[in-house]
Design a protein around this ligand. Sequence first.
Ligand SMILES: C[S@@+](CC[C@H](N)C(=O)[O-])C[C@H]1O[C@@H](n2cnc3c(N)ncnc32)[C@H](O)[C@@H]1O
Length: 353
Amino acid sequence: MAAAIDDAKFHAFVGKMLGDLGGAMSVPTVRLGLRLGLFDALADAPATAADLARRAGGLHERYVREWALAQAANGYVDYDPASEQFSLSPEQAMVFHHRDSPVYLAGAFELVAAMIEAEPKVEECFRHGKGVRWGDHAGCLFCATGAFFRPGYVNNIVQAWLPALDGVEAKLHAGARVADVGCGVGFSTLLMAEAYPESSFVGYDFHEPSIDEARRHASEHGLGDRVRFEVATAKHIAEQGFDLITMYDCLHDMGDPRGCAQHMREILTPGGSWMIVEPIAGDAPAQNMNPVGRLYYNASTMICVPTSLDQEVGEGLGAQAGEAKLTEVIRQGGFESVRRAAEGPFNMVLEAR
Ligand SMILES: C[S@@+](CC[C@H](N)C(=O)[O-])C[C@H]1O[C@@H](n2cnc3c(N)ncnc32)[C@H](O)[C@@H]1O
């Protein structure tokens, strides 16, 4: 016989599901609002739907009104029924308007869309156990990923993560050679290059369209030949003699992270440092049953595990591997010391020497 339903638990669970579904259904309308400039237009001043439609460049009022009411129901914009005006609070603007805010979430919504687009490919993986090539996931997974991580990098790499490493900041100010491995579209590389004008930087990634995009970004920054971007798998980077190697949110995506660790040891100078930024996670899955772990486990199922399983070895660390497992992988490369140098709500920063 089926177990009896606990009414209170049942109502609480269905209430949670309603909230979750509302969040899921907000994905397309939020993306429309970001692309059509509706959140930006609201950041200037409160507006009725008609004002907002005009301010956003002459959109159709009926659509804008429904969109604005949806965002008000989401709690993503405020609504004053008396004046029928919509507005963006300072807190909402941090999420939907200010590009350099640590919680600007446009990239997160793009990432969700990319995960949904790649669903049939990942479904097949569950049957055959193989993977999905990074470039085959969805139209622009790589742009979404760059946009998703950028706010965290803008607010942490130079301010907190690099200074937490042993003696690295001084080397960067004096002039160091840096490799940013798995650099994607290059935001991390360019942020470092702008902050340390005496140093030179090479961004490596095995995905050619990402490197093309990184080169395009670099050309907009005018950093000259201090920054280069090259297509290479982490294990086959030919240049050597780097004082610092950085890996931002990518070691767990690699098929052979142990082999990569070994190669990183080989291409570093003897006193060099390797900084590995990875999603924050406890060592036991039970420690990750929280909102951040929830995001990462879902993304990992759809993106990180298929990406790793598509490559040689196919270790499939997953985005919630945890510090103990990562340390073991890194040590296999011949690194004597691995420590957690810094952490934030979304990332941990490991330093290997
Ligand atoms: C989650 S993305 C992170 C990209 C970038 N570091 C960022 O934070 O925006 C993972 C990146 O690792 C790259 N990647 C995965 N496996 C790789 C490998 N074996 N060698 C080089 N790059 C790899 C992918 O192409 C992708 O750009």
